[in-house]
Design a protein around this ligand. Structure first.
Ligand code: XMP
Length: 528
């Protein structure tokens, strides 16, 4: 269950019980889009805990199990007697039906995956404003056979008799489709109906209310103590710096460790922006030579990551001792990190709870847990899009808010093989051209990441009358929702041509540009 750090911390208006669905987090995001605060908790939450939170509504998520499987995840049956409205989605609906005396069977022949038009049988509060025959996203093998007493069908599809059900006297509802998925045409309408009309939530979760509530909590936690923040230039640490600066002013010190693998102009831009323009105290640590020396003759990607991560911690410790003492360390932990580490997924085979693995290499650049600081993590309940919105309200420019994700080890993992000064300079220039042209084309905000990779091989070319023998650059552009899967971006030929011409003409050590057309999976986004 999510732990409250402060007495004043806001309780969720809509509580989502997680039964292991890949969409649980998405349900929370969709509800937050209606300006209502919502959190995902384990399905094993007790009635007492629910009562102490006293949510306005409860959602039971979908899940990979069948309700009749041995060890299938369950919840306390008393949930349906609390007088709090409940919406069961897919598995959540089937569980509700089973617990209240109905029955569910495997619909082997009628399993339904993907888009399905729904036929509305009764336009009640849950389906108000939902268009008949509109498309909803289905993903289920089981179906409801018999409804519990007091329930009736409100919608069906060609293959599913009970696509939506209700017991309005008790405020219990169920949908077989996934309203949270973008392909469900009137999904948001169903969610809004549940949130506003049925649960009577007030839309009071906004960036402004977040600031009003969070700033006093930060002040209360920190008191008159000093706080250290490792600034990377990404949206999370930058927003955190602005938020803390607003809450505690000079008690905050930001440390920006330049490991030498940033993109062209980035360290200068950051120092200029934070330090000069906004007068946020930033200690610039030039550790460029230290890092590149450590990478001498290192070619293995994981070894590079380990060395960079280890060196980062060393520099951080040395410098924090020099600048400190600091009692608090601020970290840009976000809500998905907190949900993932709570490990609420259920193994479909054994029914055991399993932790979702976060790729270890993605934490490089992070700090070890045993540092002698107390943590300040005011973004830990926010999703990435909420952080962006917060950053915007606090005055961060698009250059930071809309910045493409950039890996902690930086350009060092975009130079295949050994990292040298010469290759770094070359990649930096090529990368700058890629970003410049993608921005000029207006495509920057539609692309998840666009960057250059340097290959440590030489290829033959001809320029003027001269034969050249230089490095090729790979252009990698992908579209993605979350970086877990990605598709290569279909960049128009004219833009590819412009990028290629400019790189070959302006970057002296490069004589060839190739375009990566691999999606993820099977490829990864980065080349190392
Ligand atoms: P891959 O290459 O695994 O990348 O498809 C997925 C996302 O993660 C980023 N990435 C990293 N981020 N440290 C980071 O902070 C790393 O070592 C690292 N490796 C990959 C990558 O840029 C993409 O957004």
């Amino acid at each position: 269950m999510s732990q409250k750090l402060f007495k004043k911390e806001r309780d969720p208006s809509i509580l989502i019980l997680d039964f292991g669905s890949q969409y649980s987090e998405l349900i929370a995001r969709r509800i937050r889009e209606t300006n209502v605060f919502s959190l995902v908790v384990s399905n094993s939450i007790t009635i007492k805990e629910i009562q102490s939170i006293n949510p306005e509504g409860i959602i039971l998520s979908g899940g990979p199990n069948s309700v009749y499987e041995k060890n299938a995840p369950n919840c306390d049956k008393q949930i349906f007697n609390l007088g709090i409205p409940v919406l069961g989605i897919c598995y959540g609906m089937q569980l509700m039906v089973k617990e209240l005396g109905g029955s569910v069977t495997a619909a082997i022949k009628k399993a339904e995956y993907g888009r399905a038009p729904i036929n509305i049988d009764l336009k009640n509060t849950l389906l108000a404003e939902v268009k008949d025959q509109s498309i909803m996203w289905m993903s289920h093998g089981d179906s409801i056979d018999k409804l519990p007493n007091g329930f009736y069908k409100i919608a069906h599809t060609e293959n599913t008799i009970h696509a939506a059900i209700a017991n309005e006297t008790k405020n219990l509802f169920g949908v077989q489709f996934h309203p949270e998925v973008i392909h469900s045409e009137f999904g948001m309408t169903v969610i809004k109906n549940f949130v506003y009309s049925i649960s009577k939530c007030v839309p009071d979760w906004t960036t402004e209310t977040f600031l009003e509530e969070t700033i006093p909590m930060i002040k209360e936690q920190v008191g008159d103590k000093k706080v250290l923040l490792a600034l990377s230039g990404g949206v999370d640490s930058s927003t955190l710096a602005f938020l803390l600066n607003r809450a505690i002013g000079d008690q905050l010190t930001c440390m920006f460790i330049d490991q030498g693998f940033m993109r062209k102009g980035e360290p200068e831009f950051l120092m200029d922006f934070f330090d000069k323009k906004f007068h946020i105290k930033v200690e610039y640590i030039n550790a460029r030579e230290r890092f590149i020396k450590k990478l001498k003759e290192i070619t293995d990607p994981e070894e590079k990551r380990k060395i960079i991560g280890g060196e980062f911690i060393k520099v951080f410790e040395e410098e924090s001792n020099r600048l400190g003492p600091f009692q608090y360390l601020a970290q840009g932990t976000l809500y998905p990190d907190v949900i993932e580490s709570a490990g609420t997924n259920i193994d479909p085979k054994t029914g055991d709870r399993i932790a979702v693995k976060i790729k270890s290499h993605h934490n490089v650049g992070g700090l070890p847990k045993d540092l002698q600081f107390k943590l300040v993590e005011p973004l830990r309940k926010l999703f990435k899009d909420e952080v962006r919105q917060l950053g915007k309200v606090l005055g961060l420019p698009d250059e930071i808010i809309k910045r493409h994700p950039f890996p902690g080890p930086g350009l060092a993992i975009r130079i295949l093989g050994e990292v040298t000064h010469e290759k770094l300079n070359c990649l930096r220039d090529a990368d700058w051209i890629v970003r410049d042209e993608i921005k000029k084309s207006g495509l920057y905000n539609d692309i998840w990441q666009a960057f250059a990779v340097l290959l440590p091989v030489k290829t033959v070319g001809v320029m003027g009358d001269k034969r050249t023998y230089s490095w090729p650059i790979v252009l990698r552009c992908v579209s993605s929702e979350d970086g877990m899967t990605a598709d290569w971006s279909k960049i128009p030929y004219e833009i590819l041509e412009k990028i290629s011409n400019r790189i070959v003409n302006e970057v002296t050590q490069v004589n060839r540009v190739v375009f990566d057309i691999t999606s993820k999976p099977p490829g990864t986004i980065e080349w190392e």
